[in-house]
Design a binder for this molecule. Sequence first.
Ligand code: SF4
Length: 429
Amino acid sequence: MAKSVVSIVKGDDPVKMVEDVLDHLGGVTSLIKKGSTVVLKPNAGHPGSAETAINTSPDFVSAVIKTIQKANPKKIILAEAAAIGCDTMECLETSGIKQAAVEAGVDDIVDIKSDKDLLKIPIRDARSAIQKVLLPRFLLEAEHIVNLPIFKSHCSMVFTCALKNMKGVVQDKVHYQMHQTNLAEAMMDIWSVIKADLNIVDMIRPAEGFGPHFTMPTDFGCVIAGRDPVAVDATACRLTGLDLDNVPYFGPAHKRGLGNFKKNQIEIRGRSIEETRRVLWFPYLESFDKYPEYTIDTTGACSSCLSLVGLTMERLKSLNQYDDNSEVTILVGRKKKIPENIPPDKLILIGDCLKKFRKKGIHVEGCPPGEPAPHWAIVDRMTVSADEVDLTDPEILKIVRARMDEEAAPLIEHMIKLKAEWDKRQENK
Ligand code: SF4
């Protein structure tokens, strides 16, 4: 396989950075055909202001639109499908992306979740349970899809960047199914039928901490770009000190022919990794030894579920629920057998790979489960099964969101304290 090219630029002017990063790839006119239709796919999955870095920054989106206009496309469309239960237009508005895109001269803004002109696309050789997917015609017919993720930590994938951002082109139902099957493979399945041909990553102010919802933005001043999403993601990890072995999908993505992740398979242009690198805080990857009061068996678990358990423990601490629930045993990861002597209300089984034992304890569905689910299973001592509760029902989603919002403030306060402790440890290294 030929080497993949990834370009890296540093600076403080988003327009110049986007122009420069594309110049290292041959320039915008060589990447975008004159008279073409270009769809821009930002990350605007959750309502949150630009300051939160939950979504791609409006200045960056504006810079991309202004740069792409120089290639004289026929039409530039900004399109997004926000996270399950989130209103896409609300996310685009609260993030400032909508206004920035309009001011920059975007031709159209589309909420993929409301689009009715959908085509059913079979996924040949699907590795997850997603065998077919409904995708908007305009997206399938566009000459270019330009993926515009922001880099941030993520509880079910350790981090989110180019590969994961394309998950946001599906309707809520498929999005939900993706979390009920193997999420990493489902992501690859979606990429196998709809590919971005250019990825430009907003690393101007990426987010550390308990992303995707509880982010801690940090000045990084960088933009990276490339055609190969796997190489782009691998480069972003190297820039932020994230060990690729901690990410569940590089191997599967390479095997699926989506791109390269090894250093010797990637040509870096512009700035080098060494001169740009700064280690970010990924609290999900810290050891479980700091929770000695709990019995946690993580044998056989993927990093997605490990991250989720880490977040769960910190959620318990932030809400003063940690001491009151320490009698539970938490099991996560593939296991042939589980302890027999634990009362079912004190045994928390996290993830679909423990589904076969669900009658022996409180089971948390999903592969990996959704973010608050393990925490709520521990405090509520209740199994919530998709067979019994329709978690795509807007009324139920409203209740879920309200509870998440209520629990957010203490967790953010707790996260700021943890980050200060981490900074101190880094200084003393
Ligand atoms: S449920 Fe099991 S297989 Fe799925 S992400 Fe979690 S540990 Fe991995």
